[in-house]
Design a protein around this ligand. Structure first.
Ligand code: ZN
Length: 155
């Protein structure tokens, strides 16, 4: 479906060009750094909770278009969600980009589904989501280098 591919590509390019919530969050209540050594992507995520609700979420970092676009889309998607809602969305998005969609309605996040055919790109697309999950779980670092590295140092 070339038309759908083009739509998806334009969503990703647009988020890469004009990333949403690309800023510091001085009063953040949770934070984690994510690294994807295979591509060189580095994404830091900040969350601000209001009770159990994610009142604000921002990111900073550098990397390829996919990693940045995915981070931008992640911040839009989880803002206003509860902790449990954000965790569920992580699971649904992770399933989508690894080629096993759960059937959840993910809206424009479906644009990320195209990476499922490219294992290296899956790590780019999942990086910000892993960082977000690490922040939810208390912070620290997240890496896409599964079990091999000692984790990123945030440098
Ligand atoms: Zn990348």
């Amino acid at each position: 479906m070339p038309d759908l591919d083009e739509l998806y590509q334009s969503i990703i390019l647009d988020h890469n060009r004009r990333p949403q919530n690309f800023r510091d969050l001085p009063d953040a209540t949770a934070h984690a750094d994510g690294t994807n050594p295979l591509c060189g992507d580095q994404i830091s995520v900040w969350l601000k909770f209001d009770g159990d609700t994610i009142a604000d979420v921002t990111f900073r970092g550098q990397g390829c278009a996919i990693s940045k676009a995915s981070a931008s889309m992640m911040t839009q998607a989880i803002k206003g969600k509860t902790r449990a809602g954000a965790e569920k969305m992580f699971d649904d998005v992770h399933a989508l980009i690894t080629g096993h969609p759960t059937g959840a309605d993910l809206g424009s996040l479906k644009a990320l589904s195209g990476v499922s055919k490219f294992p290296l790109r899956v790590k780019c697309a999942s990086l910000a989501w892993h960082a977000m999950k690490a922040a939810l779980e208390g912070g620290g670092t997240a890496t896409t280098d599964d079990g091999q590295g000692a984790g990123g140092n945030g440098a």
